[in-house]
Design a protein around this ligand. Structure first.
Ligand code: AMP
Ligand code: MG
Length: 329
């Protein structure tokens, strides 16, 4: 009697010890909001809230990159991302770190070039003044210019319009060994084209899948595609546009078209959300970069590029010839 009680006691303790692990497994198996709704409506099953995944902002946090996610896993809502986020970092110390990261990008590009087997493509999207130019300039500051291929995509020329929308994009993909930068990209074909109604919905809506297939093709052909959405607030844009108007080194950039786009801010945010949610894939994930602070924006991009390039584990290639026999006279 005593013995069996003891056995029951031990068994009970073992089960109790397992409870945290069981709960953890259940949490890991959380169902989506949608599935929970279907289960409730169809089968009358009510799923406890702790077993329902958060509706939005499902995130993959880069271990070194803090609480607000950088690399995202859909579905996300942009309103959940703070454009002024900076992880309470110190500005000057972060600038120092960014400089060292940018130097590292220079070294890594030399390795990329020596191997000439892969290329890295940094794709920058964002509203006017979000800092696409500035970010490219800073992040690639220490890279050999011969190893950089930069392309700014404007409204398509007549020649470009005479081809499919990916034609000009594919030609601008960097050769193996180089780092490419896209200031705007094929995403304009689901952003400005959607918001400004430049094509019927049936045309631009089909493009999300086409873009995923295109980017998969690039990834399978060893192009490391890093997509950054520079997330700026409407208030910060107003400040930057005003500063642009008052600065003779910048006022030439101002176009009244910028104000037309600004007036459609929320439509653009919705179009960006759709692009981020539809086209953040395992082979070409989107990164959301808080862009109200330029120093933090550059840090996040530089950090992400270094992590991606170090992940390639590049080594100096072996000499092509038997060097021992070579005599320099
Ligand atoms: P910026 O980046 O200030 O030089 O402006 C370039 C302009 O070109 C922006 O207004 C973009 O929206 C526009 N643009 C880029 N790609 C496309 C496209 N595929 N279709 C229409 N407009 C585009
Ligand atoms: Mg402009």
């Amino acid at each position: 009697m005593l013995a069996s009680e003891t056995t029951r006691g031990v068994k009970g303790r073992r089960v109790r010890e397992k409870i945290p692990a069981i709960l953890h497994s259940l949490v890991a198996l959380r169902v989506s909001h949608f599935t929970a709704q279907v289960l409730r409506r169809r089968f009358g099953l009510s799923i406890p809230t702790f077993l329902i995944a958060r509706r939005s902002g499902s995130v993959v946090e880069s271990p070194r990159l803090m609480k607000q996610p950088v690399q995202i896993t859909p579905p996300i809502r942009l309103k959940n991302f703070d454009p002024a986020f900076c992880h309470a970092l110190d500005k000057d110390a972060t600038r120092e770190k960014t400089m060292r990261l940018c130097q590292r990008i220079g070294e890594l590009q030399e390795l990329l070039n020596a191997n000439a087997h892969q290329s890295v493509l940094i794709l920058l999207q964002g509203m006017d003044t979000s800092g696409k130019d500035g970010a490219a300039k800073h992040v690639l500051e220490f890279v050999n210019p011969a190893g950089v291929e930069a392309t700014s995509f404007k409204a398509p020329s007549p020649l470009e319009r005479a081809h499919d929308y990916l034609w000009r994009v594919h030609q601008a993909v960097p050769r193996y060994g180089n780092i490419g930068v896209f200031n705007r990209s094929h995403y304009e074909d689901v952003l400005v084209v959607r918001v400004m109604k430049l094509e019927p919905e049936s045309i631009w809506r089909a493009r999300y899948d086409q873009i995923n297939v295109f980017e998969k093709h690039l990834a399978e052909n060893r192009i490391i595609l890093l997509k950054f959405f520079l997330h700026i607030s409407k208030a910060e844009q107003a400040e930057r546009l005003k500063a642009r108007l008052g600065d003779p080194r910048k006022d030439w950039k101002f176009e009244t078209g910028d104000l037309v786009m600004r007036a459609k801010w929320s439509l653009f945010q919705r179009a960006y959300e759709a692009a981020l949610n539809r086209c953040s894939t395992s082979w070409a994930p989107w990164h959301i970069v808080p862009a109200d602070r330029k120093w933090y924006r550059d840090y996040v991009i530089a950090r992400t590029v270094v992590d991606a390039m170090e992940g390639l584990k590049l080594k100096w290639p072996k000499p092509r010839e038997a060097l021992a026999k070579i005599k320099i006279v």
